[in-house]
Design a protein around this ligand. Sequence first.
Ligand SMILES: [Zn+2]
Length: 67
Amino acid sequence: MFHCPNCHSKDIGKIGSNHYYCWNCFIELTVSDNIIHVHQVEEDGSLSSLDDLFDESDRNMQEQTNR
Ligand SMILES: [Zn+2]
């Protein structure tokens, strides 16, 4: 399991295949090719990407595991 790139919590729930939700900071996470993609749910229900806010290493599941 990985930790949240935003708050580093491990309190992450699985809501679908490759689709996760951080219960600590309420952002959605999707994983493809070991890269975590971060999305914020807007008030109107749409998703906006937060990937730009995080380093690639923070979003890489394998690098997280190796630390
Ligand atoms: Zn979080």
